[in-house]
Design a protein around this ligand. Structure first.
Ligand code: RIB
Length: 295
């Protein structure tokens, strides 16, 4: 199993459940409030770890109750948190999440996630050396992502980027990616001037862009430019928060396998993740995943 290095965000998720999303200016009654560990970086780290990978994370939290609790929770999962810096005078990242009928709407306040610096990446070079694969998202400054991609390239490590939340990316960064894993909406933001739709775009980046499409599963183009599809696994959804993170964590955990097989494993892990509340609540262990695939 791989040694995975995640560079990314750590948030406390403040979750309200409600029968329907409020319209702007409207107040609706909710059923429940919960706090869950979250943040795309932490979620992807936990997903990879539960599936059996060795995982380390480079991140930043505030010196507050949420930050300290979230570090303890990552340690309890067996994740190496030596490169999680505790910053003064800034709050830990939080995400205000409304969940309704298994769908979600999220507002993230980055807080200490945006205090992560390229110097933090440079200082953790030993963690890059030890990693088989490096995994990043975009809830941290782009300069940090660029530094991580550059270091991974210099050391010859595969670099996976989940471009969420999405933005246009510099060509130098795109050139350093081993795999980009957007959903359909993110793909259109990363490549804003694309003609020919997502099919053409995937064909332009064979084996380098793997697009998730919710209930339609995932798509990529193989080395011949042919589109390949993995159907989603049917489950009863409780909370879709963290489904994409589980997908990415699984890709990193199983990295090295053929992309079609990897995509199947990641789709299965991500299906299981939405069967419980909270971003990390339903993330499967390797055993859970195997049992699910055998069924
Ligand atoms: O991808 C889900 C995550 O996005 C949540 O855990 C929340 O913290 C936001 O970062």
């Amino acid at each position: 199993m791989n040694s995975v290095l995640v560079i990314g965000s750590i948030n406390m998720d403040l979750v309200v459940e409600t029968g329907r999303f409020p319209a702007p200016g409207e107040t609706v009654l909710g059923q429940r409030f919960s706090t869950f560990p979250g943040g795309k970086g932490a979620n992807q780290a936990v997903a990879a770890r539960r599936l059996g990978a060795q995982v380390a994370i480079i991140a930043c939290v505030g010196n507050d109750a949420f930050g300290l609790e979230l570090i303890e929770q990552l340690k309890a999962e067996g994740i190496d948190t030596r490169h999680v810096r505790i910053a003064e005078h800034i709050s830990t990242g939080v995400a205000a999440i409304t969940v309704s009928q298994a769908e979600n709407a999220i507002v993230v306040v980055a807080g200490a996630n945006h205090a992560l610096t390229p110097e933090d990446v440079v200082a953790a070079e030993a963690a890059f050396v030890a990693a088989d694969v490096v995994l990043c998202q975009l809830e941290i400054p782009l300069a940090v992502v660029a530094a991580a991609a550059g270091l991974a390239a210099r050391l010859g490590k595969p670099f996976l980027l989940n471009p969420a939340p999405a933005m246009a990316l510099p060509q130098t960064l795109l050139d350093q990616l081993t795999l980009l894993t957007p959903n359909e909406h993110e793909l259109s933001l990363v490549f804003p001037c694309n003609e020919g739709g997502w099919q053409a775009l995937l064909g332009k980046y064979p084996q380098r862009v793997l697009m998730t499409r919710g209930a339609d599963g995932a798509w990529f183009a193989d080395t011949t430019g042919q589109l390949r599809h993995q159907a989603a696994f049917a489950v009863t959804a409780v909370d879709t928060t963290g489904a994409g993170d589980t997908f990415n964590g699984a890709l990193a955990a199983f990295w090295g396998q053929d992309l079609a097989q990897l995509t199947r494993l990641a789709c299965a892990a991500s299906a299981l993740s939405i069967t419980r509340a909270g971003a990390q609540g339903g993330m499967p262990t390797h055993q859970d995943l195997q049992a699910f695939l055998e069924r």
